[in-house]
Write a protein that binds this ligand. Sequence first.
Ligand code: DLL
Length: 434
Amino acid sequence: MERQYFQPEYECADREVLRDIQSKRLQELVKRCYEKIPFYRKKLDEMGIKPEDIKSIDDISKLPFTYKDDLRDNYPFGLFAVDKDEIIRIHASSGTTGTPTVVGYTVHDLETWTNGTARALIAAGAKKDDFIHISYGYGLFTGGLGLHYGAERIGATAIPVSSGNTARQIQILQDFGSDILCCTPSYAAHIGEVCRDMGVDTSKLPLRAGIFGAEPWSEGMREQIERLLNIKAYDIYGLSEIAGPGVAYECCEQNGMHICEDYFYPEVIDPDTGEVLPDGEYGELVFTCIGKEALPLMRYRTRDISMLIREKCACGRTAVRMAKPRGRTDDMLIIRGVNVFPSQIEYVLTKLGMEPNYLIVVDRVNNLDTIEVQVEMSQSSFSDSVKEIEAKERMIASELHSALNISAKVKLVEHKSLARFEGKAKRVIDNRKI
Ligand code: DLL
């Protein structure tokens, strides 16, 4: 029988065993940061903390937070804990706003990151004889190479298609018989749509699963992708500062992502006060890279909003799960005082049977915030009756109001009139900031 876990000794470890590993690795991390990174030595000195003060994982709350700006202030390599000759790979965040953040990996770091994506692939049912079709971008972005190494690690066949050229993606899916597709969920939905438009019967393809992440996506979007591509769609989470994809991944239960806790220690905090929140409460995810050499960040503030789930998972893994992130603190829209994440709007739209092709336009008119949600009509729901369209717009607006308490103007737009995305989707235009 094919195995269900890649590293059961960690994925299914007893809590006590895992705690011992975490405690030992945290001590090593603090020592490494103190000795090798002047930025951390200064911070710890200012707080009066010495590496010897950290005796177990419970002492983690004594440590300072690290922010994205700390990486930017030390751009490009100022937070590296090893010499250049030990670095074997560099990646960087896209840096669409401000200075990019640069991350480096030693042999050991690449090994542990690869274990993470290998765990994710096995959890999604990948087997040695599978073709893993990788449509995440290759390059400084961690998506492509991250999944690529994982696929090779489990002995499967990596197909490094990278993103873009959707017709070619579909041709490869058909001709090579890809078994597992890896890309952003918005791109998966687009591939599914194009298959439908081209008359490709996805039930005849060998494709059986997809590993989708790098952006928030709702359960409604999952249903759409699963239907369009006739597969099981699994979530995968990660960020370049911590490693890349595979920090956490979904198992067959599709109910939260198991965190690779032996490498990336999670906490959820109140983003305003920094106080650690109990399991089951939503807040900002914070990770400490307890098993890393090149860029061993302490208590890194991800800005992602999620919660930790510690209940036993039926898959047998004991590693704590994180709920699907709702979005990032910096993506949260505040509309006339009401907080709303684009993913919550997506959830309502998809529950109403709309396809996940939408654009949120926020503005300020006479000092009042306005929000317009443009939603594409699907081919099948197309109507040229103005009355019918207006009635549908009112119905969607009323659902958004009752679910999220926002008064949005809804505008149904023509099928295929909104942009499609090959990487991370951009769903919001906020004219208030301009
Ligand atoms: O997006 C790494 C990645 C690649 C993850 C492929 C999954 C698959 P960054 O470009 O550094 O790295 O962006 C990290 O993307 O802080 C989240 O805000 C968001 N993100 C990543 N995965 C998910 C997910 C990669 N599954 C940022 N759900 C993170 C929601 C996600 N948001």
